[in-house]
Design a protein around this ligand. Structure first.
Ligand SMILES: N[C@@H](CCC(=O)N[C@@H](CS)C(=O)NCC(=O)O)C(=O)O
Length: 214
């Protein structure tokens, strides 16, 4: 399960928003891992052996397998949090819950609407928009969700807001959510985002270890 370097192993998929948030936290913490890029349609047996539920990301350490992206974020930041993302008001956890729950559900209903023929995509868009309107109000006048400092909530939510925006970019850009749109734009233009989106090759057993952060 472990590599010669005894680094934790992150099984990841570049475009998955859950994996993105895990990589964001690992990069901020400076904790180095071995990155193993998984293809969802062709999952490596070593990955499935570590975590039969088969979702990315997972982090395999010497002691445990962490199977939830938010837990990976917290695992990293509790060891090293140089940007002080954990200094977050308690309300940050509520934003993350709303994002991971009802917002992500509405997002999937819109993005994969053919799988949900009984649901009205317009109604789902209203559900998602209610969340985004609230978030726009929360960011209002600031750079981040809680003012001038970036916290865990920003980095836990941003990959999902990006995923939503990319479903219909023209429509998203037409909405009057200026604070939210600006928040997303500055994230997508950041070196941080570029650095977590470097394109790795698909991993196979025997490959040389790819270290992350590089
Ligand atoms: N609750 C999990 C969800 C992870 C998840 O659903 N990841 C998707 C990719 S974005 C996945 O692995 N899906 C499995 C599949 O498509 O086979 C987490 O926070 O890590």
């Amino acid at each position: 399960m472990s590599n010669d370097l005894l680094l934790p192993i992150l099984y990841s998929f570049r475009r998955c928003p859950y994996a993105m948030r895990a990589r964001l936290a690992l990069m901020s913490s400076g904790i180095q891992v071995e990155l193993r890029e998984i293809l969802l349609r062709d999952k490596a047996p070593e990955f499935l052996a570590s975590s039969p539920k088969g979702t990315v990301p997972i982090l395999v350490t010497q002691f445990e397998v962490i199977e939830e992206s938010f837990d990976v974020m917290q695992w990293a930041l509790r060891q090293s949090d140089p940007e002080r993302w954990l200094l977050m008001p308690a309300a940050g956890y509520d934003w993350i819950k709303r994002c991971d729950g009802p917002f992500k559900q509405a997002l999937d209903h819109i993005k994969y609407s053919v799988r949900f023929p009984d649901l009205d995509p317009m109604q789902e868009r209203i559900h998602a928009s209610n969340f985004l309107k609230d978030l726009d109000n929360q960011i209002s006048g600031s750079t981040w969700i809680f003012g001038t400092e970036c916290t865990l909530a920003d980095m836990a939510l941003l990959p999902f807001i990006r995923q939503f925006a990319n479903i219909d970019r023209v429509w998203f850009d037409q909405q009057t959510w200026p604070n939210l749109q600006c928040w997303l734009a500055q994230f997508m233009a950041s070196d941080r985002f570029t650095n977590i989106m470097v394109k790795p090759n698909k991993w196979a057993a025997g490959d040389a270890a790819v270290l992350f952060p590089h």
